[in-house]
Design a protein around this ligand. Structure first.
Ligand SMILES: [Zn+2]
Length: 83
């Protein structure tokens, strides 16, 4: 199974960020209300070699910088047109 090229990965990260901002323009932590997050897209090659090419499985993870609460969204659904 082929890996993901760095350029393609960067684009995926940017697309996921855009999808988050579009769906949740005023994003705050569900626990403490902070608006400052760590942002991670996974699985990536460091976690599961090979699986990063399975873009249908991609999950974007937000970690609140204040309280550490984790929130995850399946990117494929996040980016889909809302109904
Ligand atoms: Zn928080």
């Amino acid at each position: 199974m082929a890996g993901v090229e760095p350029e393609a990965w960067t684009k995926e990260v940017e697309d996921a960020r855009t999808a988050l901002r579009t769906r949740f323009p005023d994003l705050h932590c569900l626990r403490c209300g902070a608006d400052n997050f760590f942002f991670r897209l996974w699985p990536d090659e460091s976690l599961v070699p090979g699986l990063a090419s399975e873009s249908d499985n991609r999950v974007v993870e937000l970690i609140c910088r204040r309280c550490g609460f984790q929130e995850k969204h399946v990117v494929r659904l996040l980016a889909a047109a809302s109904d």
